[in-house]
Design a protein around this ligand. Structure first.
Ligand SMILES: *Cc1c(COP(=O)(O)O)cnc(C)c1O
Length: 356
């Protein structure tokens, strides 16, 4: 095998559709500043995702930052230690304090089952992650947030197209963020979005993302530059034409891994009312030593699964609580290659190595 097999590979079967849009951008000479493709993509995403407001931005991390500002968060934010680093580092970057709640070994999401027996400090917000696109217990979170008078922002970076009981998972909480980074299921090279049912919050974010300059050209506050450019939006529009097919192809690969490996490895569990997007294929090892030896064997075949997510973020940033479950799972979890066009013979090679 000459080609390196990574966890993901961006998908673009309709290259012409993208290049046609790029030609148009060059003809019109509108490269950024909420141009026609950004507006078109926002509208189409509202339809596709079945949500009220989509505000496109330059990446998922700035989507988080903008929400912290717009919701005027202060002090502690209750969050998960098991995520990509940006979930926690964005809080620290904005001067907020992450307070880590351990995760459930069932689905690796924040575990709210025993929240009332724990000593939780005052919090201004809860920031859960629907990790690997598996929805959190949104009803328990909502109830707890109301009691604490706290906002809820979902880091839904992995949740493109995920539904719970036929409703988009993005419709819960005060807002959700999506990431459209090149490695994500739906990608805009770099990009992200804020999704919210709150029209005035959406309006506020639209202003903040563009220096807080309003339609009349007046500066109304302290904003930042978090605009998506037209080339990224063009990529998004072309992705939208093929994303259903991409999800179908990932599902076939996931099911094959699951059929062959689930008797030997644990796969995080999904609630039966969830329509999932197959965004990640994740398995849990018995211990880290076995994981490292299998990883080495796979690397020797030029196959590069990733340790998503390692290390547990409470250990990285020295939070207030020790999260034993997250600490243990992050040492033993591996994300396997799964993307449209990945050849089944490579999937079988991976499976054989993991079963040896
Ligand atoms: C990718 C990711 C982000 C950050 O998104 P960017 O678009 O790369 O800034 C945040 N949270 C999670 C859980 C992610 O996987």
């Amino acid at each position: 095998m000459n080609n390196k097999i990574n966890v993901v590979k961006p998908y673009l079967p309709n290259k012409k559709s993208f290049l046609n849009r790029v030609e148009k951008i060059l003809e019109n000479s509108v490269y950024t500043n909420n141009g026609p493709y950004v507006n078109e993509l926002e509208e189409k995403l509202c339809d596709y995702l079945n949500v009220k407001n989509v505000v496109l931005v330059n990446n998922g991390t700035s989507a988080l930052s903008l929400l912290y500002k717009a919701l005027n968060l202060k002090g502690n934010v209750l969050t998960t230690p098991f995520s990509f680093v940006a979930t926690t580092s964005s809080l620290l970057w904005e001067g907020l304090t992450p307070y880590f709640l351990d995760i459930s070994p069932r689905d690796f999401n924040m575990d709210f089952s025993s929240i009332y027996t724990q000593d939780i400090p005052d919090i201004s917000c809860i920031l859960p992650v629907h990790v690997f696109g598996h929805p959190c217990d949104v009803f328990k979170i909502d109830k707890f947030a109301k009691e604490k008078n706290a906002k809820v922002i979902y880091d839904a970076a992995h949740c493109f197209g995920v539904k719970k009981s036929d409703n988009s998972i993005l419709n819960y909480g005060d807002a959700s963020i999506l990431s459209f980074h090149a490695t994500k299921l739906f990608q805009c090279i770099e990009g992200g979005a804020i999704v919210t049912n709150d029209d005035s919050l959406a309006e506020e974010i639209r202003s903040l993302r563009s220096f807080s300059i309003n339609r009349k050209g007046e500066i109304t506050g302290v904003g930042i530059n978090a605009k998506m450019n037209e080339f990224s939006a063009a990529m998004g529009l072309s992705q939208l034409e093929v994303v259903d097919q991409a999800i179908k192809e990932r599902a076939i690969i996931y099911d094959h891994y699951y059929d062959c490996l689930s008797s030997k490895y644990y796969f995080p569990e999904l609630d039966s009312d969830v329509e999932w997007n197959y965004s990640y294929t994740v398995i849990l090892f018995e211990d880290e030593e076995i994981l490292l030896s299998k990883l080495k064997e796979l690397n020797e075949q030029n196959i590069y699964p990733r340790r998503y997510f390692y290390p547990s973020l409470d250990t990285l940033f020295k939070g207030d609580v020790l999260c034993d479950v997250s600490g243990s799972i992050s040492k033993r979890v591996l994300s396997l290659p799964n993307y449209p066009g990945l050849e089944m013979c490579i999937v079988d090679t991976i499976i054989q190595i993991l079963l040896r």
